[in-house]
Design a binder for this molecule. Structure first.
Ligand code: HEM
Length: 216
């Protein structure tokens, strides 16, 4: 994305293109379905969720297919974002100042690029958990094709990995909707205010301004 194209009228800044949002919501919606049906299979206390979602056999049939959609979206995310998700010295400084981020003392938080250290951590965790969930999910989908030892490992690892993503997911939704005001609009409309860009992703925004002024 070039700097000039990122600067929009009314002091707005393009944060996510339509393609990025489409891929994000393909992952988001398929994940929520996986989460709900997965929890229904995990404990009898939550089995009613499968009933609400159309019945146990439909949920059992669609869960692995939704898993393929989710992993496909995560792989597309890898293609579009992995280069920007590499850890930098800036991220190390961001992690060291985590307490200021939590206590909302923005002026003490080191500037972040397009994604901060926490967002990068979420990205890589979702990516690797997605791969492990896919591999163990295939074993659970076609159990007769695998030896018992492999099946037992998959039965253990699949829910453990899913539970890890649930923790990440709850944190991500909280951060994106309640904690960082203005972030949710960026995955819906695509843009954020200049104030948001400056406050949360200063290095990224300053680079956009630099590119825009170099083009004028
Ligand atoms: C379904 C509920 C979800 C909501 C409400 C949501 C919300 C958001 C928001 C607001 C942002 C923009 C944050 C910013 O740029 O400041 C974002 C970005 C992102 N989302 Fe989601 N998301 C959801 C599900 C997911 C899922 C299931 C994944 C797993 C792959 C995911 C992965 C990401 C990634 C990697 C980013 C970019 C980096 C980051 O902001 O963490 N999201 N999401």
């Amino acid at each position: 994305m070039s700097g000039q194209a990122n600067l929009l009228p009314n002091n707005r800044v393009l944060r996510y293109t339509f393609r990025e949002r489409l891929i994000h919501w393909t992952a988001g919606i398929s994940y929520v379905y996986l989460l709900l049906t997965g929890l229904a299979f995990w404990t009898p206390w939550l089995f009613w969720i499968a009933v609400v979602l159309g019945g146990a056999s439909i949920s059992r049939m669609l869960h692995p297919w939704a898993g393929l959609v989710f992993v496909f979206a995560v792989i597309l995310m890898y293609g579009m974002w992995s280069a920007q998700m590499r850890e930098t010295a800036e991220d190390k400084a961001w992690w060291d100042a985590m307490r200021f981020y939590i206590s909302n003392e923005d002026e003490k938080v080191p500037p972040a690029g397009r994604f901060n250290g926490g967002q990068k951590f979420l990205f890589w965790s979702f990516f690797w958990c997605g791969i492990v969930l896919l591999l163990t999910g295939i074993v659970l989908w076609y159990p007769q094709e695998f030896p018992e030892a492999v099946r037992l490992v998959a039965i253990f690892i699949h829910p453990v990995c899913a539970l890890a993503t649930i923790g990440l997911f709850m944190l991500h939704v909280y951060m994106g909707t309640a904690y960082e005001r203005g972030a949710f609009g960026s995955v819906i409309r695509g843009d954020v205010s200049r104030d948001f860009a400056m406050r949360h992703h200063r290095t990224w925004f300053e680079e956009i301004l630099r590119q825009a002024s170099a083009k004028q």
